[in-house]
Design a protein around this ligand. Structure first.
Ligand code: ADP
Length: 371
């Protein structure tokens, strides 16, 4: 049903329904007159259809108008229905049953409404003549972001608390260890390793927050990826320790330069090679391959190792997600390496591809666009 009601000229072109609702409420409060009619203006139904969020016009408890977003979420049948059936949620029913509600009704949170079980904030504004405007604002994403933030802080604290508790425990034990030099040396070595773990974690957390802060600033330097791969390789070989000598280069000669942040791209390569060295089998090669492709430049780090079961792959770039937490920790992992990689690749407008075969090995590739 479409009402041939006219919308006040003052709200035409307003980007958000909130502005419209506020304007109506204001008009009503100021003059206590019915909604002003603007002859020749657009129909209210057309105005509401232009609003991206679900909006219902309710008379008493009957839905008399629903915009397109509302019928998409609740179905076309809601027009003419009791609004408490149209929005089948206890908190909504309670608020909508209160016909005396003025324009300042507190918003309520609704969970699990709509085809995707979204979370909504429902606002109800009285607009005079026994009519109310019901406005649903999708809160699913902001709620998920808030959840992620809370989980992140909890995870980071937990990751720090474990090595910290170990160091404190060993300090107490050392105090009681007397002069036994061998025991002292052993405990100090464990404390050193735990402190190093905390340091790695703090450094990764700082990296992550710096990268996130720069997320919307496009990099602007020209980076020679061949030169970068050779530098990373030389650093790993020079470090001497670990599996540096297993790293081999396979570089195309005609790889164009990319627009990027050299330090960040170096961090990507270091993180990926470090994972390949950690999770690849001792003595097998870790390859850094650099190729020119139709889409730009592709560099791929491949190892021969335990591989990753397919079900884990989509989650590997989540912070602190690990296939085997104990194994990652014992190898000095923080669970943040691939999250850092993902953020850097996103800042460079690139793509990250992880392919793996259990028992055979893993290839993590980054495709960067060329100018
Ligand atoms: P971590 O510090 O634990 O290595 P990352 O974020 O770098 O954290 O990686 C997340 C998880 O992904 C690792 O814990 C590991 O389970 C898995 N992973 C990453 N790279 C590889 C690889 N090359 N081979 C096998 N598993 C890998």
């Amino acid at each position: 049903m479409r009402l041939d009601q006219r919308w006040p000229a003052m709200v035409l072109g307003a980007a958000s329904i909130a502005a419209g609702v506020a304007a109506l409420a204001l008009t009503r409060r100021r003059s206590d007159l019915p909604i002003p009619v603007q002859p020749g203006g657009p129909a209210l139904a057309d105005v509401l259809d232009a609003v991206a969020e679900p909006v219902l016009l309710v008379e008493g408890v009957t839905v008399t108008l629903a915009n397109r977003a509302a019928t998409t979420v609740m179905g076309a049948q809601i027009v003419g229905q009791d609004v408490r059936e149209a929005i089948p949620h206890p908190a909504a029913a309670e608020l909508l049953s209160d016909l005396d509600l003025g324009g300042d009704g507190a918003p309520v949170e609704l969970k699990g409404l709509g085809p995707l079980n979204q979370r909504w904030q429902m606002r109800v504004n009285a607009i005079g003549g026994g009519r109310r405007l019901v406005h649903l604002i999708d809160q699913t994403e902001s709620h998920a972001a808030e959840r992620m933030r809370v989980d992140f802080v909890a995870n980071a604290s937990h990751e720090l608390r474990t090595p910290l508790a170990a160091v404190r425990g060993f300090i107490e034990t050392l105090e009681d260890a007397g002069d036994d030099a061998e025991t002292r040396a052993r405990f100090l070595s464990i404390m050193g390793a735990e402190a190093l773990r905390m340091q790695r974690l703090v450094e990764d957390l700082i990296s992550l927050s710096r990268i996130e802060a720069e997320k919307y600033r496009l990099p602007s330097d020209e980076v020679d990826m061949v030169d970068l791969a050779e530098d990373v390789h030389a650093e790993l070989v020079a470090a001497g320790a670990g599996r540096g000598r297993d790293v081999i280069l396979s570089l195309d000669a005609d790889v164009p330069k990319v627009i990027g942040d050299r330090a960040q791209l170096s961090q990507v390569m270091h993180n990926l090679v470090s994972n390949a060295m950690k999770y690849g089998r001792e003595g097998t090669p870790v390859e850094i391959a650099l190729r020119r492709t139709g889409a730009g430049v592709r560099f791929a780090i491949s190892d021969q190792g335990e591989g990753i079961p397919a079900k884990h792959i989509p989650r590997l770039t989540q912070r602190f997600y690990r296939v085997d937490t104990g194994r990652s920790r014992s190898l000095g992992g923080t669970g943040l390496g691939l999250a850092i990689v993902k953020h850097i690749v996103e800042r460079h407008r690139g793509r990250l591809q992880i392919t793996s075969e259990v028992g055979i090995g893993t290839t993590v590739a980054v495709v960067l666009p060329t100018p």
